[in-house]
Design a protein around this ligand. Structure first.
Ligand SMILES: CC(C)(COP(=O)(O)OP(=O)(O)OC[C@H]1O[C@@H](n2cnc3c(N)ncnc32)[C@H](O)[C@@H]1OP(=O)(O)O)[C@@H](O)C(=O)NCCC(=O)NCCS
Length: 201
């Protein structure tokens, strides 16, 4: 079933903004987008300090797609007018019933509320999943923009995690943001949502 629906899997956020599955067709464009933003991504993203190669991007994309098929990751590209401008994902830790959300966006599209809108859509998926009780995000204490996004989503700091964020040579303290979505399950008679059904959203 899934390979057939993957190319069309998307959430339309309106105004030409779409969350599209990070499928194998995104490898080259996401590599270019990443390379263009590497200097600013290196401030807060540990992975951005590694080598950015096409082979690495293929491997990362395939890993995400396998996890998507397994129903544990929603790996999405934020597109505006078809053009990729950012990345956002939801990763389920099944045992803990926790989904970790992560995001980044092209510098030219920063500060326009796009990541907030994209994150709201993924939080809505989490609310509809019977497998997720909590959405969480680990954000550097000094990453004000990212913390603002989490707070705008209604997330709150559960605790701080000293030195939890290794970014290149620097170890940052992080805020563990959480959002309880379990209450949304109560009284919800709709069918259980599976991340692989994202095209139906
Ligand atoms: C963090 C990031 C994803 C935010 O994306 P974005 O599209 O700019 O986010 P939004 O526009 O939805 O919201 C940004 C918020 O920061 C606020 N903001 C913008 N510039 C700011 C600044 N210089 N200082 C403080 N707040 C700022 C905005 O007002 C907005 O808050 P509001 O919704 O309460 O008004 C983006 O800055 C980014 O890609 N950063 C680099 C990578 C990164 O840090 N990833 C996250 C790792 S946890």
């Amino acid at each position: 079933m899934l390979p057939d629906v993957l190319p069309d899997a998307a959430i339309d956020l309106g105004g030409g903004v779409v969350l599209a599955l990070r499928d194998s067709g995104t490898v080259d464009e996401m590599l270019r987008l990443t390379e263009r933003n590497l200097d600013r991504l290196r401030e807060w993203e540990g992975w951005a300090h590694g080598d950015q190669t096409r082979a690495g991007m293929v491997e990362y994309t395939e890993w995400n797609l396998a996890a998507w098929r397994g129903g544990t990751v929603a790996p999405m590209v934020i597109r505006v007018g078809g053009v990729p401008v950012g990345s956002i994902s939801l990763r389920l830790e099944e045992d803990r019933r926790v989904a970790e959300i992560g995001w980044w966006i092209d510098g030219e599209w920063e500060g326009r509320g796009l990541v907030t809108r994209a994150a709201e859509a993924l939080v809505e998926l989490a609310r509809r999943s019977d497998r997720i009780d909590v959405v969480q995000a680990r954000i550097g204490l000094g990453n004000v923009r990212s913390r603002r996004v989490a707070e705008r989503l209604g997330m709150s700091v559960e605790r701080t995690l000293p030195g939890a964020l290794q970014v290149g040579a620097v170890r940052h303290d992080a805020a563990l943001y959480v959002l309880d979505v379990a209450t949304a399950h109560q009284g919800d008679s709709s069918e259980e949502f599976d991340m692989s059904d994202i095209s139906d959203v």
